[in-house]
Design a protein. Structure first.
Lengths: 253, 253
């Protein structure tokens, strides 16, 4: 078991004390049994990852001191995931899987057949942080406020292809679409369990930046479609030629 | 909402009554409010999918009569998923995602760092059935009894490449591996959260049928690795050039 790895509010710099949140202090002290002088890894999303020493720890909070940068900052591909909220449990899976699979930004989108009316952004943000800590990312995906599909389309930035996971006669395989769209900024849109309404599909099809993606012959649940589309995209147009950071020269994990 | 779709014990044939399980009868009667004369879809894993009429329904059971074959039987790629059991919730996700992503056979494998000692095969089998019903598969993946990794290796059939999801200097990208291995029978092996032990990796590397697969720079949870590896494999070497069966001529789901 390696060192614990926590996301903290930066900016991280050598010798500059960092305050941990109460929940993190509780976790380190009461669950991991760490005390003053013990070491952890911290990252803030923009200044890399640092080895840090626990300087003070109590029930209400803790302070750690960054000692040495262990990994320089780097970001993954500029890939957004737009997803229709689904029920609790499955929406957490969407956020967790999207974080592990390297989405840079998560955008909840309310569609016609979305049957969830409220999104607990605080809980989803905590899920994203936890997943980022666990999967060794150096950043946490940004979680946007929910918007309607028409708002999403109206505000969509130019130069960013929108890849719509939906059956349509024009739906392409991941390979064909990766060849067509290439690497670079992109957004993937996954609808709710009930799919998109016909009018939504028509509106999406009319956009000059939309591309329809087929995910095979079986009907996938929303969180499966998210994981499948992101994995294929990272594999074909993203950063999957890279390997996990190795902490030891002979680490064959 | 389309017709309910249930997996039943076959063999299905026109006019031959089929008994439903008590749980299915309860679901149709008390949850879906179906009665005599209502229609459902049934499949048995080898005789395609049939439109069937409810002939009798009570608390303890139900009988349906297959009337018309709606889809001819077809099987997906001959792809096995070997997975180390993980804790409840996440192991159910593995079975659900693997079913949606078209694994033909699911093999629980006990490895050195597997920290789950008992596998509830009945619950996992029910999860696989439910996922197959939901994703429109025409078969249910076979669920094997748990075996040790050394047993799995010793009994591995010749002519079936074993794709090991693990970091190793020889780990290839999905594209490179798909080119090397090609379509045809294959097995994907995903380890537990703690990874494989060094001795296990060495033993796996020595096999002339093993191939190491890299899944990018982030450390994936077991169920994420399962979904990612299966999705990439189906996309690159499986059946993802196919599209979902369309029940209506203009179905643009």
């Amino acid at each position: 078991m390696g060192l614990r790895r926590l996301h903290v509010a930066g900016p991280l710099a050598e010798g500059e004390p960092v305050a941990l949140a109460a929940g993190q202090a509780h976790y380190l002290r009461d669950v991991m049994r760490l005390g003053r002088g013990d070491e952890i890894l911290v990252f803030d999303g923009c200044n890399g990852e640092w080895l840090a020493r626990v300087e003070a720890i109590a029930k209400a909070g803790a302070t750690v001191i960054p000692m040495r940068c262990t990994r320089a900052q780097r970001m993954g591909p500029d890939l957004w995931l737009c997803f229709a909220p689904v029920k609790r449990g499955r929406i957490d899976m969407i956020v967790e899987k999207a974080t592990e699979l390297g989405a840079a930004r998560l955008l909840p989108v309310m569609t016609r057949y979305t049957d969830v009316s409220r999104v607990n952004l605080d809980r989803l943000a905590a899920t994203a942080v936890e997943a980022a800590e666990q999967c060794e990312r150096l950043d946490v995906p940004e979680l946007a406020e929910p918007v309607t599909l028409s708002r999403l389309i109206a505000d969509w930035p130019s130069g960013r292809p929108l890849i719509v996971c939906a059956e349509r006669s024009t739906a392409a395989t991941p390979q064909a679409l990766a060849r067509e769209v290439g690497a670079g900024p992109a957004g993937i849109l996954v609808g709710p369990e009930g799919g998109f309404a016909a009018a939504e599909l028509d509106a999406l099809a009319e956009l000059d930046f939309s591309h329809f993606l087929g995910l095979g012959p079986r009907i996938l649940r929303a969180e499966t479609a998210v994981a499948a589309a992101l994995a294929c995209w990272q594999c074909l147009a993203g950063d999957w030629s890279e390997r996990p950071f190795s902490r030891a020269p002979h680490d064959e994990r």
